[in-house]
Structures are given as structure tokens and as C-alpha cells.
Design a binder for this molecule. Structure first.
Ligand code: GDP
Length: 202
């Protein structure tokens, strides 16, 4: 599978700003700085698509990207259009108080009101499985019945054995989700597994 097209479509802070479309949506959520922008860019093979921020916690909009997925072989192969939805990062110390409330409103509104949300990818740093704030995000999403894919990011920073161990830890800590995927945006590790998962959800 490959993504043959990816383009920025819209940013929203309220429901009435979501793009009007029947496309299914795959959303991405995680702590600020977990590597979410890098992962979206890596999946789409498009460096500048989502901003890789020097200023964590700054992006406070829900961003929609239209992507076109295709089986690798041949021009004739079937194409699958969908939205990638980039949700604001959580848990950065500087976005306390008002911003923290804003976060829950944003995510809450989106998750509760988007009928086409098909899969929510919850990103966690593979080096640190089970952070309290990630647990909270997981529990909240579980209570809303959203299909969840846990992704362990920055996998290239770990040796193979540790990678395996932490991946198993993620599966153990977060039951009821699809098997966790280790991802490296530097090396595009995990890309094929993830795209196949998305394809299977369509
Ligand atoms: P976001 O705030 O979640 O969107 O995170 P970014 O994508 O902006 O990444 C935060 C930092 O982690 C940046 O300095 C990235 O270069 C780095 N980073 C992201 N993904 C990876 C990865 O897979 N491997 C490594 N080594 N660094 C990464």
C-alpha cells in the first residue's frame, strides 16, 4: 500500500468548521512532542505536510488532511480516499489552565461528534510505556468506545530487545486495542503495518 496523494484540507476549532465530506477519518492523538507531525509526514511521504514543531503544544486546531491510499501494483488498482485528522497534542506543561480545558473540549467535541471516525491512533513514546497522562487518554477514549490503535513512536531510539519488550508492555497495559505498532519516522519503520491496518478498516 502507498499514499499517492496527501493534502492539507482544513483546520477547525469547532464542529461547523469540519470539512463537509463522507470520507472516513483516521485520527492521531498524543502528548505534545511525541512525534505526531513526524509520523503523519512519514506515512504520507511528504515532509512538509504536518508541521514538525519547535514549539510543542502550540497547534490548537483539528487539522484535516485528504489522503489517497492505493495498492502498490498498477495504475488500475483501487484507490481509497480518507481523512487523516491531526488532533492537538496534550500534556505539555506550558499549556496549563485554560489551554488544558481547551484541549478536552476540542478532543471531546471531535471524538463525540464525528460519525466517520473509524480509528483513533494514540501515539506514545515507545521509550516510556504507561505514562499516567497516556493512561488517562486511553481510558477516556475507551469509555467513548473509539476503536484504538496504539503506536509506539521514536522506535529507532531503542535496541531491538527493548523495542520488543516495550511493545509487549503497551499491549498489556492497553487491552481492547489493535496490537501496538512500533514506529520510526526517521526510518519509516511500521509504515506498512499501519497502512495495512488502515486499509483493513475501510
Ligand atoms: P509532535 O509535537 O507530536 O507533532 O512531535 P514532532 O513530530 O514535532 O516531533 C517532536 C520531536 O521528536 C522532533 O524533534 C522530531 O524530530 C523528533 N522525532 C519525531 N519522530 C521521531 C522518530 O521516529 N525518531 C526520532 N529519533 N526522533 C523523532
Amino acid at each position: 500500500l502507498q499514499i499517492i496523494k496527501a493534502e492539507y484540507t482544513a483546520s477547525a476549532v469547532r464542529r461547523d468548521q469540519y470539512p463537509e465530506s463522507e470520507l472516513m477519518e483516521i485520527a492521531f492523538l498524543g502528548r505534545s512532542n511525541v512525534g505526531k507531525s513526524s509520523l503523519i509526514n512519514s506515512l504520507c511521504n511528504y515532509r512538509g505536510l504536518a508541521r514538525v514543531s519547535g514549539e510543542p503544544g502550540k497547534t490548537q486546531t483539528v487539522n484535516f488532511y485528504t489522503v489517497l491510499l492505493r495498492e502498490k501494483q498498477g495504475e488500475e488498482s483501487e484507490r481509497f480516499p480518507l481523512f487523516f485528522v491531526d488532533l492537538p497534542g496534550y500534556g505539555f506543561a506550558k499549556t496549563g489552565g485554560a489551554n488544558r480545558n481547551m484541549w478536552s473540549t476540542f478532543i471531546g467535541e471531535y471524538v463525540e461528534q464525528s460519525p466517520r471516525l473509524t480509528l483513533l491512533c494514540l501515539l506514545m513514546d515507545l521509550r516510556h510505556p504507561g505514562l499516567a497522562i497516556d493512561q488517562k487518554a486511553y481510558e477516556w477514549m475507551r469509555s467513548h468506545g473509539v476503536p484504538l490503535q496504539i503506536i509506539g513512536t521514536k522506535a529507532d531510539k531503542l535496541k531491538t530487545a527493548e523495542r520488543k519488550r516495550n511493545l509487549a508492555k503497551l499491549d498489556q497495559l492497553f487491552p481492547g486495542t489493535f496490537p501496538a505498532v512500533a514506529y520510526s519516522s526517521l526510518k519509516n519503520d511500521g509504515r506498512d503495518i499501519l497502512l495495512n491496518r488502515f486499509r483493513s478498516m475501510i
